[in-house]
Design a protein around this ligand. Structure first.
Ligand code: HEC
Length: 120
């Protein structure tokens, strides 16, 4: 009886491991990808963040940001654009402005930042 339940337990554990291995998608990144669509980032940056006439491609962001700096940017892009030469030069290529997203929850901002950084 003890042996049987041990076998059963091991089987259950194995099944559990298999499941978590299949789940390759990080839930925070999945949330970030959802927010990237739902919050309209795709309008200017494109579905795959490949860039449009309204906004630049989002790539190599990790050269310029860590998660907290990117969150700071999303909350108040103008402030960072003013003090950053690369950003102010880039901003001149676009008619529209990168909007502020300071009304989003800290969790959503972090998910967006992690997602954007994962695009590198
Ligand atoms: C109305 C169009 C528009 C929307 C909507 C928009 N952006 Fe932008 N975004 C821009 C423009 C224009 C720039 C370029 C500003 C600059 O480089 O100074 C920019 C710049 C950025 C940058 C900095 C890129 C770099 O090279 O450092 C990031 C990151 C970014 N946007 C993320 C987002 C995210 C995430 C969202 C949605 C929550 C979003 N944007 C929504 C227009 C937009």
């Amino acid at each position: 009886m003890i042996i049987r339940s041990t076998v059963l337990l091991s089987l259950l554990l194995l099944a559990g491991c298999g499941q978590s291995e299949q789940k390759t998608d990080d839930p925070v990144l999945a949330e970030g990808r959802r927010a990237f669509t739902d919050r309209g980032c795709i309008t200017c940056h494109g579905k795959q963040a490949e860039g449009t006439r309204m906004g630049p491609a989002l790539e190599d962001l990790s050269r310029h940001y860590d998660v907290s700096r990117l969150i700071e940017y999303l909350k108040n892009p103008d402030a960072m654009i003013k003090e950053d030469e690369r950003l102010s030069a880039q901003a001149e290529d676009y008619v529209g402005m990168m909007p502020r997203f300071d009304y989003l929850s800290p969790e959503e901002l972090e998910a967006l930042a992690r997602y954007a950084l994962s695009l590198d």
